[in-house]
Design a protein around this ligand. Structure first.
Ligand SMILES: *Cc1c(COP(=O)(O)O)cnc(C)c1O
Length: 219
């Protein structure tokens, strides 16, 4: 299958999963994760109508996206990987949504930099639902307080929560926990589910799924 056909198939599967969950297909946003793939391949996916993309590294995105954004109006680029403070200015200049806000220091720098550049970025707070030591994200029991800091004190537009469940576990309970935490924070958006489990995530209320290999192929 071509990437265009694979994209079509994922779009169909997202819509079917939404209907099975009693939801409108357009209540789930598909973020096409293009990390490691070159601009020519991404162009084919843009030509098929996809406009929302995710990258996990600032430097790689800087090499690919200024040109792709200049070619096509309406591209929305999400940062889905960890952010270092020395890359914040670049990230704020290029990305439209940053999904990986996970600590106070980075939140403060992002807030300042967004104001300094006059950008209107949207943010997600990443939650480490499995409390994995090697994984980024705020602890579940600190999430409400942290979201409050970001919105009330720092004036950030936090749209929702994001998680990456432990690879070896059943993701359902992690998706359920993220949904519960978002509810407690008064947030409506949930970025959860990748190629292997986006249909399950939609069942648990995902409003955004981040799908890479099912569209682009194996990395
Ligand atoms: C790479 C990545 C994805 C996409 O993973 P696939 O299994 O290729 O769909 C989603 N979310 C994050 C945070 C990623 O780094």
């Amino acid at each position: 299958m071509t990437v265009a056909e694979q994209l079509d198939s994922v779009v169909d599967r997202v819509a079917s999963a939404a209907r099975r969950a009693g939801r409108e297909p357009d209540s789930v946003q598909l973020v096409a994760v293009s990390k490691t793939f070159p601009v020519e391949v991404i162009r084919a996916v843009i030509a098929s109508g996809q406009r929302v993309f995710g990258e996990n590294r600032v430097q790689e995105a800087q090499q690919k996206w200024p040109q792709l954004k200049a070619e096509t109006a309406g591209i929305e680029l999400h940062l889905i990987g960890p952010l270092q403070s020395n890359k914040t200015a670049d990230a704020v200049a290029l990305f439209d949504v940053i999904e990986t806000v996970d600590r106070e220091k980075i939140a403060r720098v992002l807030s300042e930099e967004t104001k300094r550049q006059g950008r209107s970025l949207r943010f997600y707070v990443q939650v480490n639902t499995g409390l994995e030591p090697q994984k980024a994200g705020i602890a579940p029991d600190e999430t409400v307080k942290f979201v409050h800091l970001c919105t009330q004190e720092l004036g950030m537009t936090v749209e929702g929560l994001m998680c990456i469940p432990p690879a070896a576990e059943n993701p359902g309970p992690h998706f359920a926990l993220l949904a519960k935490l978002a509810d407690e924070c008064g947030l409506r958006k949930l970025s959860m589910g990748m190629s292997g489990e986006f249909e399950t995530a939609i069942e648990f209320g995902a409003t955004s799924v981040r799908v890479g290999s099912a569209i682009f192929g194996t990395r």
